[in-house]
Design a protein around this ligand. Structure first.
Ligand code: DGJ
Length: 730
């Protein structure tokens, strides 16, 4: 790893583990992008930028018609002085103009990586883990400075980027657009991969050709959203799971975003990503600064599998934090699908007791324990225990759980407020709203205005009092609607369009405060499932409820798609009842177990009404998961067969030392006349001998990876198979 500045040619060469990224200062201080891809030792200018006189492409220098910002690869493109493609940033001056002109001013290179004030970001464990380049650009006419921040890591094929704007002038500047990164590829041989979906149908994989013009995914919902993820990858037409190039971009942010590609007529592709400029602006008064979120850019020459491994390794070791980062996660039982709002202390105690008997380790009391919450019409904001349902308070349940040697977790939806709540009656202007209009509800609730410090502090205090007064070791942090009527009664008119980003900063402030104050609590984020499953949230909460859809067959795609970016340890995954509550499907308990065991394992069904056989199988599942969870949660995950392409799915997990592995295969519908199916495991040590723990057969790693083993034929729908192999020591 190194960042080299060639002062003669004014070239920055950033070298990561196996990747190089090259930038050049050209002409009068314009910053141009030269290369990103496989690592090269020395760059000697083999493919310099071509300067060509092209029609309709304007020239800053009237004497040089070959130089236009419209035709060169720009590193952080501006609006207004020649480049007609999508700009990375735009500002409005006091005179109304939106034209700026940033030129190279200075740079610095240093070991380590800076934190980003108020925002989640990846970090280093040691100053020598990474190297950072900061290039400061300046528009001397108005005193605007933009510092482009790049970090390369020793052990990852990653470049992180963000931008810090600073107003060094005397007049107010209004940021209208402030993206985190833009990359101009002198290449158009790409397809685009994004992740899309909806509530109960998150993280589907979309792959489409890149075409002339702009293609975009975004969110203007006030959350990263289940509709589109803040992720975009460029791949080659022949890129597969294991071969071919991938350039990917993932934003470490949980709010509105945009991710775009633009193919120009000359075969160049621009990609940019950052906060969605739609309905966004930020007033920068003199001496004020604005920091964009970070984007994690990865390069892989070995397909999507290598891209995912890079994200998984980086996010588990350099994004997730706290005590639970390296700890195996408890097997939980959650009461939501067992009771919904209809429970009392006796019912809950029966579920806890049954959970204990089956080997579960953590009980989670979901929605409905506070205020007068018997349905979703009321009480959000009133975080006071409902003494009708729980006359002896949470203490009775917490003590009972502890007496059985289990841990206790609690559900909150802190960011919301019900109109029918004491909090709303005493603070009606604490919700997002605009003057004189009645705000639109979603799930009968409004969104608290977290751009206001006093609202954030209220939440910190009310949650702290519950968390300090009860032995709670897990919190499920839910968020069940998107933002409408976006406006804050605490902000002046010229700052109203800052509300959604200020909300995110407020949320991050709350999460930073609570997770630091309660380091022994495991926080799991949730947004009606995977509605805000993003890297920003993982910085504070190391696991996320992947989807409200607990149907094992739907989960194959949801978990497969999620794994493109996020590791299995971060994916909450529960066994629920059959017929399934979301889609009505009937599936074997074994298959439900295998799907849920492929992530952060738990149960979410009424344990008090199980048959003897079901209980025996669940006991078995739990004891197996306890044996394999180290591999599932801390091993390397490999996708083998895609449910997006086939009537089946398969994946395997390999321990860090490659001495053990676990594989799962799922058949969706039974079909007549099918071929004999073979599974070829991935990521094994070719020279190791592995023993099948079920059959005691012994095979070498190279055989298991290249020849594979036959999948037993079963004439049934929705079946699954698990294999466990362990190395045989000579
Ligand atoms: C949505 C979550 O995803 C569910 O698991 C459950 O907690 C409900 N909210 C409770 O309202």
């Amino acid at each position: 790893m190194a960042i080299i500045f060639d002062s003669k040619n004014r070239i920055f060469h950033l070298q990561g583990k196996n990747t190089s990224y090259i930038i050049q200062i050209i002409r009068d201080g314009y910053l141009a992008h030269l290369y990103w891809g496989a690592k090269i030792k020395h760059y000697n200018g083999s493919n310099p930028i071509a300067f060509i006189d092209r029609g309709f492409s304007p020239n800053p220098d009237p004497l040089d018609r070959t130089f236009s910002l419209d035709t060169i690869p720009c590193e952080y493109p501006a609006y207004g002085n020649g480049d007609f493609r999508i700009p990375a940033y735009q500002l409005q001056l006091e005179n109304g103009s939106t034209v700026t002109d940033l030129r190279y001013k200075s740079h610095k290179i240093y070991s380590g990586k800076p934190t980003l004030e108020g925002l989640p970001c990846t970090y280093t464990l040691d100053i020598n883990d990474a190297e950072t380049l900061e290039i400061t650009l300046e528009d001397t006419l108005i005193g605007l400075r933009a510092t482009l921040i790049y970090t390369v890591f020793n052990n990852f094929n990653v470049i992180s980027r963000s931008v810090r704007f600073y107003n060094n002038g005397n007049e107010d500047l209004k940021l209208l657009r402030a993206l985190s990164a833009s990359v101009d590829f002198r290449d158009n041989e790409f397809e685009i991969i994004t992740l899309y979906g909806s509530h109960t149908n998150e993280k589907n994989i979309a792959r489409r050709p890149i075409v002339s013009g702009i293609q975009m995914v975004d969110s203007c919902r006030g959350a990263s959203s289940p509709q589109q993820a803040p992720f975009l990858a460029l791949v080659r037409k022949n890129t597969t799971e294991d071969t071919g190039e991938v350039y990917s971009f993932n934003l470490v942010y949980s709010g509105n975003f945009t991710a775009q590609t633009q193919l120009d007529p000359y075969g160049n592709t621009r990609v940019n990503i950052g906060i969605n400029p739609f309905d966004f602006s930020w007033l920068l008064e003199p001496n004020e600064s604005f920091q964009t979120p970070e984007v994690i850019m990865t390069y892989s020459s070995n397909g999507l599998g290598e891209m995912s491994k890079t994200y998984h390794d980086l996010y588990t070791t350099r994004l997730c934090r706290g005590k639970f980062k390296n700890k195996v996660r408890p097997i939980l039982i959650n009461n939501w699908e067992a009771t919904y709002f209809d429970f009392n202390a006796e019912k809950i105690k029966k579920i806890i007791k049954a959970g204990k008997e089956l080997g579960m380790e953590l009980f989670v009391l979901d929605d409905g324990w506070f205020g007068k919450r018997n349905n979703d019409l009321s009480s959000l904001g009133d975080w006071i225990v409902d003494k009708v349902k729980l006359p002896n308070g949470l203490e009775e349940l917490v003590d009972y759980t502890a007496s059985l040697g289990m841990e206790f977790g609690l559900w909150f939806e802190p960011e919301m407020i019900s109109e029918n709540s004491d909090l709303f009656r005493s603070n009606p202007d604490w919700c997002l709203h605009v003057p004189n209009r009645k705000p639109t509800v979603g799930r009968n609730q409004l969104v608290l205005d977290l751009s206001r410090k006093e609202v954030c502090d209220y939440l910190i205090d009310s949650l702290s009092s519950i968390l300090s007064n009860n032995k709670i070791t897990y919190v499920k942090w839910d968020m069940n609607r998107h933002m409408t009527d976006i406006g804050s009664s605490a902000l002046p008119s010229e700052r109203q369009r800052e509300t959604t980003h200020r909300y995110m900063l407020g949320l991050y402030y709350i999460l930073e405060t609570l997770t630091s104050k309660f380091p022994n609590i495991l926080f799991e984020s949730c947004s009606s499932g995977g509605g805000r499953f993003d890297a920003g949230m993982l910085y504070y909460m190391p696991q996320t409820w992947t989807s409200d859809n607990t149907d094992a067959i739907c989960r194959l795609k949801i978990q497969y798609g999620t794994s493109l970016v996020y590791p299995p340890i971060t994916m909450g995954s529960h066994v629920s009842t059959s017929p399934n509550h979301q889609v009505g499907r009937i599936t074997p308990l074994e298959t439900r177990g295998h799907v849920a065991m492929s992530g952060n394992f738990g149960y979410e069904l009424d344990l008090t009404s199980l048959s003897y056989e079901e209980k025996e199988l669940i006991k078995e599942q739990i004891s197996v998961y306890k044996e394999i969870r180290n591999i599932i949660q801390f091993g390397t995950f490999h996708r083998v067969l895609s449910p997006f392409d086939l009537n089946e799915a398969a994946w395997n997990f390999v321990s860090k030392t490659q001495e053990e592995f676990v594989a799962f295969y799922f058949k969706i519908l039974s079909e007549p006349g099918t071929s004999i199916r073979i599974i070829k495991f991935k990521g094994l040590n070719a020279d190791f001998l592995y023993k099948n723990l079920e059959t005691s057969e012994i095979f070498a790693g190279d055989e298991l990876m290249n020849v594979g083993i036959t999948i037993p034929r079963v004439k049934k729908d929705f079946i699954s198979k698990m294999w466990r192999f362990k190395v045989i020591k000579p």
